[in-house]
Design a protein around this ligand. Structure first.
Ligand code: PLP
Length: 384
């Protein structure tokens, strides 16, 4: 097997574009230098349209979870109540972080594979009027659901004063996010998903309203104290040593995003989602999510008793050097997930579908060879 040709189609980490890889291999520079400050300032500015905000976006050295934790510990005090919407493993992670900080959590839970609906949230808000924050997951990576953040924000802003805090780790940069217009208070993401970078950076944007709350809450974090990041960014620097090489990579990523254009990027992800879904349908392989709430970044497939998801993954990995993801928690071993975000395009989608077909035959599940590829090709042709 040609190791360098490994195909990584999991919902993060995702492949790194060669030019980003190259940018990250530049010689080290001092993080308090004018040279670095300039890069930090420029990237912070160029991140704003991706979040749909005019507020500052802070870059943290840490994985995505560090910024999730930051959004909790800076906004809520022990004993505060919060609503956490849980549509899968990552919603549950938010709930656990809150509990660790002695927040009283009310979980609004839906079965895995379903989205959180505004009407469900509306009645939940009425049941828990003291909630000071509502947490949601934009793309629930464990199931491939894209929760309707804009509508949920509308519901919250109409019925409560709670802050709305969103984990967009596995979709920001691949789907529209209009933080300011929608009325979202905090949006969090990480580097290793649609941002086409290695793991190690987290990003967080904070509304004016959230800042007011943060200023009222006694600080409980040190490394994750948002105020320190705000104070430093005003001087084009960071409170602690930043991940300089990753930020060199980020500089290249924001340039790539500007070159392609956000609208084109969103359209590419929609197209890859549609190609993947139509291919699976043509192969009679059951999708886990409805069309309405399917994420453009990851597609989950639940074969049930039709075939063994793990056998398929193993064949893909061992024979064809293709890695797709399995299920998490109670879905471990039962489902598989195809990541199609970041440095990924229709060419990659056709390849993975073709190899899934071959592998399905090899594990003994009869499909019509080429049927999935054909369906995806038709989507691509229609797209023009
Ligand atoms: C990947 C991911 C995270 C962050 O995980 P880290 O391993 O800490 O980077 C958080 N939320 C969602 C929805 C994710 O997909």
């Amino acid at each position: 097997m040609l190791q360098e040709k490994a195909i990584l189609r999991i919902p993060g980490p995702t492949p790194i574009p060669p030019r980003v890889q190259q940018a990250m291999s530049q010689p080290m520079i001092g993080h308090r230098s004018g040279q670095f400050s300039k890069i930090l300032k420029e990237t912070a500015e160029q991140l704003k349209p991706i979040f749909g905000t005019t507020q500052d976006v802070y870059t943290i050295a840490g994985s995505g979870t560090s910024a999730l934790e930051m959004s909790v510990v800076n906004t809520l005090a022990p004993g505060d109540e919060a609503i956490v919407t849980v549509s899968g493993a990552f919603g549950e992670r938010f709930a656990k972080i809150c509990e660790r900080y002695n927040i009283t959590v009310h979980r609004l839970q839906v079965p895995w594979g379903e989205a959180i609906l505004p009407e469900q949230l509306q009645s939940f808000l009425q049941e828990h009027p003291s909630a000071k924050a509502v947490f949601a997951t934009h793309c629930e990576t464990s199931t491939g659901i894209l929760n309707p953040i804009k509508e949920l924000a509308g519901t919250i802003n109409q019925h409560s004063n709670a802050l709305f805090i969103v984990d967009a780790v596995s979709c920001l940069g691949a789907v529209p996010c209009e933080m300011d217009d929608w009325g979202v208070d905090i949006v969090v993401t990480g580097s290793q998903k649609a941002f086409m970078l290695p793991t190690g950076l987290a990003f967080i944007a904070v509304s004016e309203r959230a800042w007011k709350r943060i200023e009222e809450v006694d600080p409980r974090a040190f490394y994750l104290d948002l105020r320190a990041y705000r104070k430093s960014l005003a001087d084009d620097t960071t409170p602690y040593t930043p991940a300089v090489s990753l930020i060199h990579g980020l500089q290249e990523v924001v340039a790539m995003i500007q070159e392609e254009g956000l609208e084109q990027i969103y359209a590419r992800h929609e197209l890859m989602k549609e190609m993947t879904r139509q291919a699976m349908r043509a192969l009679n392989v059951p999708l886990m999510t409805s069309d309405q709430y399917a994420s453009p970044t990851v597609t989950s497939i639940n074969p049930g008793d039709l075939f063994d998801a793990e056998a398929l993954r193993k064949t893909l990995r061992t024979k064809y050097n293709v890695t797709i993801a399995g299920g998490q928690q109670h879905l471990k071993g039962k489902i598989f997930r195809i990541g199609h975000m970041g440095y990924c395009d229709p060419q990659d989608v056709l390849t993975v579908i073709a190899l899934i077909e071959v592998s399905l035959i090899q594990i003994g599940y009869q499909v019509e060879l080429g049927a999935g590829v054909k369906a995806a090709q038709e989507v691509l042709i229609q797209h023009g």
